[in-house]
Design a binder for this molecule. Structure first.
Ligand SMILES: *Cc1c(COP(=O)(O)O)cnc(C)c1O
Length: 417
């Protein structure tokens, strides 16, 4: 019998021509093995031409670093409040905590799954009346690549004069009304981690509104050095610049980024068509004519009344494997339950697919339900919690073939009783 390769959510994929290695070799040959150099500048130029709009881009060591710098550039300080979409990965809100500022979590709208404009305005009004101060920034997130309602969010931000930092880490190449995400707000954040739309192994970028903002970001990212022959510092800086080696990978990846995006969209279409007649299963798709998701991860919602084989036995044992990383002995879960977890049928489907050699993963658990953010203020409407309980991310990356999707759909159908 033919051995089937395990199918992952989104694996890195290099250009057929090996361009990444060519750029890396150049860095070695010219001895630019440092966090600046021709690949860094070249990658930034490629990104600037990709995002357009006359924006300026700084390549950094991670998307998290880009968010951290964006908040600093927005003037966020200790004790300030920053509005963050609650339905996200922790990297959206952790930089707020790094600054000693307080995230204020705001729930999602049902159609895009992202920051609800109505809830956003409620939250701003409520913060002003409770603290007498306006939040210092707003962070909407293109979760799984899906655009947020850019127009509505920008309108509210302008009304209260609050800067917007777009977390487009998962939404590289997604568009709203034809324009690339990350170019609407005051700042935009991209990630090139190993599992994102393109990779530099690890890395990120900050989209800046001006040459001046770019220079300031670069200064902060290189330990805030002043122009003297010796080290002289007026401010606390960070070591956040991208290395010339990583940027070489990025330059190679920029040759295939459009192919990657097209492939993710194609995979989404296969799921959507292949599951349209499966009762109780819904594939998340662009909710408006202005939304153009890169479909970084395709996701499904499973109605809670759908019965999945084996669902009775779910959550009996504590997780012994980690999802997406290494679990240390110390951090092994003790209790198989938390107070907010995917429905048993969703967990049963995940386990079923796992046994068939298919990686899937629950949707991101909302930040307002994370114990680490227990004491943070949150404005909730139940949307993100309900989605978290019903949703699963499916293999979507450049290594996922048409036959793989067919097999995945077949396995999902078999799992349903
Ligand atoms: C991946 C990710 C980030 C951070 O990017 P890194 O490069 O991994 O630091 C930020 N926000 C979201 C929503 C992400 O998925």
């Amino acid at each position: 019998m033919e051995e089937r390769k395990r199918i992952y959510l989104c694996l890195a994929h290099m250009s057929e021509a090996g361009l990444e290695q060519k750029y890396i070799q150049e860095a070695f040959d010219t001895n630019w093995v440092v966090p600046l150099g021709p690949n860094v500048s070249g990658f930034e130029a490629d990104l600037e031409s990709f995002v357009g709009q006359g924006k300026h881009v700084v390549a950094l060591s991670s998307g998290t670093a880009a968010l951290h710098l964006a908040l600093l550039l927005c003037g966020v300080e200790k004790g300030d409040e920053v509005i963050v979409q609650s339905f996200t990965f922790c990297a959206s809100s952790n930089p707020v905590a790094y600054l000693g500022a307080n995230p204020v979590f705001v729930d999602s709208e049902a159609k895009s799954w992202n920051l609800s404009p109505d809830m956003l305005e409620c939250a701003i009004k409520s913060r002003i009346s409770e603290t007498g101060k306006c939040p210092k920034a707003i962070i909407p997130v293109a979760l799984y690549g899906m655009p947020y309602d850019v127009d509505a969010i920008l309108k509210i931000a302008a009304k209260y004069n609050i800067p917007v930092v777009e977390d487009a880490a998962e939404g590289f190449g997604s568009r709203w009304n034809g324009r690339v995400l990350g170019t609407f707000g005051d700042y935009g954040v991209l990630s090139f981690n190993g599992n994102k739309m393109i990779t530099t192994s690890g890395g990120g970028a900050l989209i800046c509104p001006s040459e001046e903002a770019k220079r300031k970001a670069m200064w902060l990212a290189t330990q805030a050095r002043e122009a003297y022959p010796y080290y002289h510092h007026l401010a606390i800086g960070y070591n956040y610049r991208m290395s010339n080696i990583c940027a070489g990978i990025g330059r190679g990846q920029m040759h295939i980024v459009n192919e990657h995006i097209m492939h993710h969209k194609h995979v989404h279409e296969l799921y959507e068509n292949g599951m349209k007649n499966v009762k109780g299963v819904e594939i998340h798709s662009n909710p408006t004519a202005l939304s153009d998701s890169n479909y970084w991860l395709c996701t499904l919602l499973l109605d809670e009344n759908v019965e999945v084989k084996g669902q009775g036995g779910m959550y009996r044992d504590a997780a012994s494997e980690s999802i997406g990383g290494i679990i240390s002995e110390v951090h092994k879960s003790k209790n198989p339950h938390t107070d907010c977890e995917p429905n048993p049928n969703v967990e049963a489907l995940r386990v079923w697919l796992d046994k068939k050699g298919i990686e899937s993963r629950p949707l991101w658990k909302p930040m307002h339900k994370q114990p680490v953010y227990e004491s943070s203020v949150a404005y909730c409407n139940g949307v993100s919690e309900a989605l978290f309980k019903k949703g699963l991310c499916l293999p979507s990356g450049p290594m996922v073939s048409d036959r793989d999707v067919e097999y995945i759909i077949q396995c999902i159908c078999e799992a349903i009783v």
